[in-house]
Design a protein around this ligand. Structure first.
Ligand SMILES: Cc1cc2nc3c(=O)[nH]c(=O)nc-3n(C[C@H](O)[C@H](O)[C@H](O)COP(=O)(O)OP(=O)(O)OC[C@H]3O[C@@H](n4cnc5c(N)ncnc54)[C@H](O)[C@@H]3O)c2cc1C
Length: 405
């Protein structure tokens, strides 16, 4: 292959794509255009060990700088693609130069939603967590006795709440929906996670929105909540979800709808252009989904690398995810969307438990809380498309291994 691959974005998916291509002995010229000033790095620790200052930036990098040169990968940091000209097969860069491609891959990720300035979203002391600079700034605020309000009870908000509590801050979490994790987990899992936070002293308020943030001299000092109460605070962490970075693709005339639409081979509506990772909307089991996870970024990128290198196997995700909060490891296999039943199975150790999700009698996901055995078994069952007998599953005396067929 001789034509250049240009990758837009320098995150998890971009790295996985170029690393896999080179592992497959694909020698085409590759240029990665990366907006951030840092070589590709892992994001998950940003709301976990990196925020706790237990990990350095060096340890987040997938590979050192020399690796890119050794593998003939031209990576341009602090540079963005500002326009895609599909007729000329060229991209325009932030320095005004143009670069020709034969194949183009969008790996542009997602951007956290922010609070509007009209309700105080632009005050000092209000943070989101997406890149290492966000985490560096927030880490400075992690001082005992300070008061933090976390807006949004999703995984990133709850992980940041756990870090803040571990650092001795007073933590309040507000969630507008009926329960934390409502978008991504069952009521049973929400209840377990809520209890974990409450036992650590976090004040979790569900069905509670934010009316506005209040500031003094440009610094956030309090929040007025939807019930009219006012709580004094020093720091706000906004974890209200992300929006796919699809504007560039949309402007180039590609099909987008809360992300860049791709087929099961990762192709957009232009066959020379692919989209991978958080920015891509893919077909799955009759639905169109966007997965925001390391699993999807890596597996989809590697599947597309294999296709570019001459393969033809479609990408069929086996979703998995994890979250670390305090000393609790939550591992999720499958995708619980549309579940109509759940079953809670106590684990063998204190504090270990798993929640099994079913749709029309079929196992579709498992959340394992400090229960690696349940996670591994659930993952294997899901990969085999098997559903265990619920009566056996619910019985803690039955060895999970015996459910594997
Ligand atoms: C704090 C945090 C914790 C997380 N924890 C977990 C976890 O525990 N488990 C899990 O599975 N997943 C977790 N995730 C999600 C996971 O990190 C993402 O799903 C993954 O990083 C997606 O990879 P990506 O390459 O699609 O996007 P990203 O890693 O976001 O990379 C996209 C890159 O593209 C750049 N870019 C965008 N537009 C342009 C442009 N026009 N030109 C050039 N560059 C551009 C962006 O600046 C960014 O650097 C977490 C994410 C965050 C933020």
């Amino acid at each position: 292959m001789s034509g250049r691959l240009v990758v837009i974005g320098g995150g998890q998916a971009a790295f996985a794509l170029v690393a896999k291509l080179r592992a497959l002995q694909d020698t085409r010229p590759i240029t990665v255009i990366a907006a951030e000033a840092c070589l590709p790095y892992q994001r998950p620790p940003l709301s976990k060990k990196y925020l706790l200052r237990e990990m350095s930036l060096d340890r987040l990098l997938y590979r050192p700088e020399a690796w890119y040169a050794e593998h003939g990968i031209d990576i341009r940091l602090s540079t963005t693609v500002t326009r895609v000209d599909r007729r000329a097969s060229e991209v325009t860069l932030s320095d005004g130069s143009r670069l020709a491609y034969e194949t183009l891959a969008f790996a542009t990720g997602a951007t956290p939603r922010r609070l509007p300035a009209s309700i105080g979203g632009d005050l000092e002391g209000v943070y989101v967590v997406r890149d290492f600079r966000d985490a560096d700034r927030l880490a400075e605020e992690m001082k005992p006795g300070r008061r933090v309000l976390v807006i949004g009870g999703g995984y990133i908000g709850l992980e940041a709440a756990a870090v803040a509590r571990s650092c001795g801050l007073e933590v309040t979490v507000i969630e507008m929906a009926d329960r934390i994790l409502q978008r991504v987990a069952s009521a049973a899992t929400s209840a377990i996670v809520r209890e974990i936070h409450r036992s650590h002293g976090v004040d979790i308020r569900e069905r509670m929105g934010l009316h506005r943030l209040i500031g003094e001299g440009g610094q956030v000092t309090a929040a007025e909540l939807s019930d009219g109460s006012v709580i004094p605070l020093d720091v706000v962490i906004v974890g209200i979800g992300v929006a796919a970075n699809d504007a560039l693709a949309h402007d180039a005339g590609l099909e987008t709808s809360n992300g860049i639409l791709v087929d099961s081979h990762g192709r957009t509506s232009d066959p020379a252009i692919f989209a991978i990772g958080d920015c891509a909307v893919l077909p799955w089991q009759g639905m169109r989904i966007r997965l925001e996870s390391v699993q999807n970024a890596v597996d989809q990128a590697e599947a597309i690398a294999a296709i570019l290198a001459g393969g033809s196997a479609p990408y069929d995700p086996n979703p998995w995810f994890w979250s670390d909060q305090y000393d609790v490891k939550l591992q999720i296999a499958g995708f619980g969307l549309g579940h109509d039943e759940t079953l809670v199975r106590p684990g063998q150790r204190e504090g270990s438990v798993s929640v099994w999700y079913f749709r029309q009698g079929k196992l579709i996901a498992v959340d394992a809380i400090n229960d690696a055995k349940a996670y591994v078994t659930g993952k294997k069952l899901l990969e085999a498309g098997a559903t265990p007998d619920p009566a056996l599953l619910a019985d803690p005396q039955v060895d999970l291994k015996s459910l594997l067929v």
